[in-house]
Design a protein around this ligand. Structure first.
Ligand SMILES: *[C@@H]1O[C@H](CO)[C@@H](O)[C@H](O)[C@H]1NC(C)=O
Ligand SMILES: *[C@@H]1O[C@H](CO)[C@@H](O)[C@H](O)[C@H]1NC(C)=O
Ligand SMILES: *[C@@H]1O[C@H](CO)[C@@H](O)[C@H](O)[C@H]1NC(C)=O
Ligand SMILES: *[C@@H]1O[C@H](CO)[C@@H](O)[C@H](O)[C@H]1NC(C)=O
Ligand SMILES: *[C@@H]1O[C@H](CO)[C@@H](O)[C@H](O)[C@H]1NC(C)=O
Ligand SMILES: *[C@@H]1O[C@H](CO)[C@@H](O)[C@H](O)[C@H]1NC(C)=O
Ligand SMILES: *[C@@H]1O[C@H](CO)[C@@H](O)[C@H](O)[C@H]1NC(C)=O
Ligand SMILES: *[C@@H]1O[C@H](CO)[C@@H](O)[C@H](O)[C@H]1NC(C)=O
Ligand SMILES: *[C@@H]1O[C@H](CO)[C@@H](O)[C@H](O)[C@H]1NC(C)=O
Length: 383
């Protein structure tokens, strides 16, 4: 906090040199093999300090080595930003037991900091974190599921890295209710294997660090048309869309024009009019400059994944340009008729117009007051 303030104050002075200081230091942590670790470091100073990362193994004979982006067969990634503050994130993927050790964030803004012969006036400042990588526990889980109802999937953990506090299941971001049985064992029942229930199910054991395994529930693509029928105007561009929300995602999409009940493949870019754009869950067939004669009809999209294929049909109607004009002409005619009626009405009304009485609104009040006065007078007279 103090350092932050100091940094800001010094930064505000602008130009005035200030030694580098940390405002965030990397945190020590425990990770499992094959997981990844991320360490964050942030420093201030003027000029903006440079940040480096160094590693020193657990072995007492090891010497510190500098880490760079792409080191260790590309398992090391460093992302640094130098705006106002210096920030740097190092991440190490696919951890092995060998990656345990001390990771050091070093910062300096001394102009001579990287000079080989001159020693810098201000030394690099350092901040360390220990990373301990431990063997991933063995979790035996149900092999992948592709069909059935009331399917029970389960996980069984041996040698947890720490005592198990609890366990549960996750599908995406959703936490699922599971049956509490033994602490090292958990199961979940899938009522029916279908596109809806397909996905990646994670069993999670609450240990330090968290232990988890995945059970894959896979189905053939469940392909459906975004709109079962599409309309387009002649010469316009028509877009037909199919989607699939099942797991695993579609790996290949294709489109067909159904002619006499026979699907004929549509080649991307053919006639310079048919264009296919596909991504995991979705495919678009774009038809440029719709043809009134050739293009109407049924189109079929076909999605394939490792388990099979699924398809859907979209029908396309093309209206002629003129036909598209009819509703517009209708509205124009309607407006014309209305305008004419209003015009005639106004014309006939004009001579009959009488100037409005300005006092019209207050007249009843006046008469009320007058009535009241009359009443008073009458009362007084009676007295
Ligand atoms: C450290 O180095 C010394 C000699 O350089 C060697 O005798 C010793 O076995 C080494 N220790 C380890 C743990 O490698
Ligand atoms: C990590 O391991 C996985 C599976 O072994 C591999 O697909 C991936 O490319 C590895 N990542 C890196 C950065 O080495
Ligand atoms: C690097 O970090 C910045 C800010 O933290 C972030 O916006 C950016 O996406 C990161 N880049 C990569 C390649 O991770
Ligand atoms: C760990 O490092 C040693 C030598 O430094 C190497 O022989 C061994 O294969 C490494 N193990 C892993 C899992 O990378
Ligand atoms: C879990 O696995 C261990 C050894 O692999 C086995 O002895 C035990 O019976 C299993 N537990 C359950 C509930 O399946
Ligand atoms: C829990 O177990 C009971 C009986 O063993 C079963 O009827 C129920 O469906 C299970 N619930 C879940 C979420 O698996
Ligand atoms: C179809 O071709 C366009 C370029 O003409 C390209 O951008 C698109 O990715 C292609 N689509 C497929 C499914 O290959
Ligand atoms: C597929 O759609 C789901 C949501 O329906 C989304 O979470 C997922 O990221 C999509 N996958 C791809 C590869 O687009
Ligand atoms: C759908 O595509 C797959 C391969 O992409 C193909 O094997 C299959 O025959 C196609 N289905 C139809 C109905 O054309």
């Amino acid at each position: 906090m103090l350092l932050t303030l100091l940094g800001l104050v010094l930064g505000a002075l602008g130009g005035a040199a200030a030694a580098a200081g940390f405002i965030k230091s990397p945190l020590s942590q425990k990770q499992l093999t094959d997981d990844s670790v991320e360490l964050y470091c942030e420093a201030v100073g003027s000029p903006i300090p440079e940040i480096q990362w160094w590693y020193e193994g657990a072995d007492p004979n090891d010497t510190a080595i500098q880490l760079w982006d792409g080191a260790w067969q590309d398992r090391v990634k460093i992302n640094a930003t130098y705006k106002q503050h210096s920030t740097s994130t190092i991440s190490i993927a696919n951890l092995t037991l060998n990656d345990s050790g001390t990771y050091e964030c070093r910062a300096s803004n001394d102009p001579d900091r990287n000079h080989l012969s001159k020693s810098p006036k201000i030394k690099w400042i350092r901040s360390q974190a220990n990373v301990i990588v431990i063997e991933r526990p063995q979790i035996s889980s149900t092999p992948e599921v592709t069909s059935g109802s009331n399917v029970v999937i389960s996980c069984n953990i041996t040698d947890p890295p720490s005592p198990i506090k609890s366990h549960y299941w996750m599908k995406g971001e959703t936490r699922l209710d599971s049956n509490e049985t033994a602490l090292g064992f958990t199961s979940y029942m899938i009522a029916k294997v279908d596109p809806e229930s397909s996905g990646e199910y994670h069993c999670v054991f609450d240990t330090v660090p968290i232990s988890r395994a995945t059970v894959y529930v896979k189905v053939k693509p469940h392909v459906f048309a975004y709109k079962k029928s599409e309309h387009g105007n002649e010469k316009d561009t028509g877009v037909l869309t199919c989607k699939s929300h099942s797991y695993p995602p579609v790996t290949q999409w294709s489109w067909f024009k159904v002619v006499d009940n026979v699907p004929e493949p549509i080649v991307n870019g053919s006639e310079e009019r048919f264009f296919i754009k596909s991504e995991g869950n979705r495919t678009d067939l774009r038809i440029v400059s719709l043809d009134l004669e050739k293009d109407p009809g049924e189109y079929m999209c076909n999605g394939t994944n490792e388990l099979g294929e699924g398809s859907a049909v979209v029908s396309l109607r093309v209206r002629s340009r003129l036909a598209a004009l009819w509703p517009f002409l209708g509205i124009v005619a309607e407006v014309l008729v209305l305008v004419t009626i209003i015009f005639i009405y106004e014309k006939r009304r004009k001579p009959n117009e009488v100037p409005d009485d300005d006092d019209g609104g207050s007249a009843p009040l006046k008469s009320n007051a007058a009535n009241h006065k009359d009443k008073n007078i009458r009362q007084r007279n009676a007295n």
